[in-house]
Ligand binder design. Structure first.
Ligand SMILES: Cc1cc2nc3c(=O)[nH]c(=O)nc-3n(C[C@H](O)[C@H](O)[C@H](O)COP(=O)(O)O)c2cc1C
Length: 393
């Protein structure tokens, strides 16, 4: 970019790299400036917790305008349904505003626990919860959750240091989750170590599954979390010179009051790639593994629960290579498909946690380790981790 352009585009300062890259492609300066203003307004609305309620206007306003124009042109047959639809969406948005933003609502029931589900069904009922009840966790639930944290942070890690999970009871600034007031913050040493980031996924996913068993709603939040607000609430429990925050996880009771925008948002993430695009027979990633035949059938629904693992904005960045030797599966390798340094390794950690929990539920003993020689730069998918069965004795 020329010095001149950099100077004249001062109004782009302070925006994220992605936003800047998009705005810089706009050819006219006045349009760039207008778009930058719109982005800033969006960010303000996002981090003051209003955007979720304002977004229906994006539909309501054009529908009303087109309806009004149709009415002026004597096309009442078109105007009535359009204005009717705009009115309906407005009514729903107003209801959301009152019940979710202003919290004027009928108290909700304590959700029931999922103790009766087996691990595989429980993993399938877990979905990201983006609207929480207004009440905090009961003391008993908090004690049980923190016990899960205590147990899982002590488990062996792939990386050199344990993961730290800190509990915060405060309304952190997060997007687009609403009414979350309790969080676990995943903290690792400041010096970047990919295996520590993988460990965050491995460790926190086990806590998430314990929370799911307790009937709690959870939502991993990485890019949607405002770090300044997390730092403010962590206070002296966090040392910025020595540590970094990888992500947070909102925890609490799921609410049935879900704003219209969030219903649409959640629906985007309901799908998963088929196993034939996630699990491969070799590291060229050209041949899908047929996991319905022996020896892979011994893993039952373990592939399925990996397929349904959460990932940042449902990016589904983890791939798996399974090899067989007669009746044995000597190793299962986990790869990431993007060069992301944070959220892809976290997602891989979550996959591996699900794999480990699935194997454990089936009584298959194994260990995670890094086997292949160091990664060749710029080669994707990138190898990260293997699971190797223990010799049966
Ligand atoms: C590392 C990580 C970061 C995430 N960050 C966010 C986030 O910032 N905001 C959000 O609403 N959801 C976030 N999610 C949740 C994903 O969007 C969600 O897991 C995915 O869309 C799949 O949907 P499901 O969890 O309902 O199965 C994150 C998930 C992971 C694993």
């Amino acid at each position: 970019m020329s010095v001149q352009k950099e100077r004249t585009d001062d109004f782009l300062r302070g925006l994220g790299a992605n936003e800047r890259a998009i705005l810089e492609r706009i050819p006219w300066r006045f349009l760039r400036k207008l778009a930058a203003r719109a982005v800033r307004a969006k960010m303000r609305a996002q981090f003051t917790g209003w955007l979720q309620y304002l977004l229906p206007l994006v539909v309501i306003v054009p529908l009303t305008l087109i309806g009004a124009i149709a009415q002026l042109l004597d096309a009442g047959w078109l105007a009535r349904p359009l204005v009717g639809m705009a009115g309906l969406i407005f009514a729903v948005a107003a209801f959301d505003l009152v019940t979710v933003k202003f919290k004027l609502r009928v108290p909700e029931h304590h959700p029931s626990r999922n103790d009766d589900l087996d691990l595989f069904d429980m993993m399938r009922v877990r979905r990201s919860c983006r609207s929480f009840q207004t009440r905090r966790m009961s003391a008993a639930d908090r004690v049980e959750l923190m016990e899960s944290v205590r147990v899982h942070v002590q488990e062996p890690t792939i990386g050199p240091t344990p993961v730290r999970l800190e509990y915060i009871a405060a309304s952190l600034t997060v997007w687009p989750t609403v009414n979350a007031t309790e969080f676990l913050v995943a903290i690792v040493p400041k010096e970047y170590n990919r295996t520590s980031v993988i460990d965050v996924g491995r460790c926190l996913q086990k806590v998430v599954m314990d929370a799911t068993r307790m009937g709690l709603g959870t939502c991993w939040i990485g890019p949607g979390a405002d770090h300044a607000s997390i730092l403010q609430h962590l206070g002296d429990r966090f040392d910025p010179d020595q540590e970094q925050i990888i992500c947070v996880c909102a925890v609490g009771y799921k609410s049935s009051y879900i704003p219209l925008f969030l219903r649409v948002f959640n629906a985007q993430f309901k799908r998963r790639l088929p196993l034939s695009e996630l699990v491969f027979a070799d590291s060229t990633f050209e041949h899908p593994a047929d996991v319905t035949v022996d020896p892979f059938t011994q893993f039952g629904r373990t592939f399925e629960i990996c397929q349904w693992a959460p990932s940042s904005y449902n990016g589904q960045t983890t791939r798996c290579v399974v090899t067989s030797s007669g009746d044995e599966v000597p190793r299962v390798d986990f790869y990431t498909t993007t060069s992301s340094q944070y959220y892809a390794p976290v997602a891989l950690g979550i996959w591996s946690a699900n794999w480990g929990m699935g194997c454990e539920a089936l009584g298959i003993d194994g260990e995670f380790m890094i086997l292949t020689p160091p990664h060749v730069p710029n080669t994707l998918p990138r190898y990260d981790l293997s699971w190797v069965p223990n010799q049966r004795g």
